[in-house]
Design a protein around this ligand. Structure first.
Ligand code: GAR
Length: 214
């Protein structure tokens, strides 16, 4: 059972996908702790409902970013993987060095396109014909670490940022638990910028590598 910590800032629908994967027996992980930097995050209601331990750590309660991150590290304890599921803060090398190559993030674009905030709205504005979502390892650059898996979704002329976000979100809820499961199975092999999922099928579907249980 892979021990994971999940960092959130808001709605927590990706956290919910992890919870459901675990409850359905498809995801061999245990959520040791959820931490929100936002006391009003709906994600916390989900923790209450499912009996998951959670903590709120507000950035403004700490003078220095390092002290805020020290608190996160203390609370996370001995987790084997840190999952950023809609966590809207940039973590420093200080934090990352505590969990080397063990912090992953879900982002609603095909990185390196549309890194940062409002990714779906900017994709609509730009007029791209495809966007999607990415699970990647977190490094010191924003939404720029090595890619674990990406899923592609089309854009239609009638789209706005909400309709695109909704279409992308359905895949976020699949590729995030799938990625965690690949870590749980010990199949994630990292060489510099390249992540290989051992035994996975790399094919022609709009999700690569192809998903297995999710
Ligand atoms: C998701 O769309 C996630 O990809 C995005 O925030 C949303 C959180 O939703 N994350 C980022 O933009 C990070 N750069 P959720 O709280 O319902 O999981």
């Amino acid at each position: 059972m892979l021990k994971i910590g999940v960092l959130v800032s808001g709605r927590g629908s990706n956290l919910q996908a992890l919870i459901e994967g675990i409850e359905q027996g498809k995801l061999q992980a245990k959520i040791e702790k959820v931490i929100s930097d936002n006391p009003y995050a709906y994600a916390l209601e989900r923790c209450k409902k499912h009996g998951i331990p959670y903590a709120v750590v507000k950035r403004k309660d700490f003078k220095k970013k390092e002290d805020f991150e020290k608190e996160l590290i203390d609370i996370l304890g001995k987790v084997e993987l840190v999952v950023l599921a809609g966590f809207m803060r940039i973590l420093s090398p200080f934090f990352l060095s505590h969990f080397p190559q063990r912090v992953i993030n879900i982002h609603p674009s095909l990185i390196p396109a549309f890194q940062g905030l409002e990714a779906q709205g900017r994709a609509v504005e730009f007029g791209v014909k495809f966007s999607g979502c990415t699970v990647h390892l977190v490094n010191e650059d924003v939404d720029a670490g090595p890619v674990i898996v990406q899923a592609v979704v089309p854009l239609f002329p009638s789209d706005n940022s909400n309709t695109l976000a909704e279409r992308i979100l359905k895949y976020e809820h699949r590729i995030l638990p799938q990625s965690v499961q690949w870590f749980a199975e010990g199949r994630v092999k990292i060489k510099d910028r390249h992540v290989l999922i051992e035994g996975a099928k790399y094919g022609t579907l709009p999700v690569n590598p192809e998903l297995e249980k999710f």
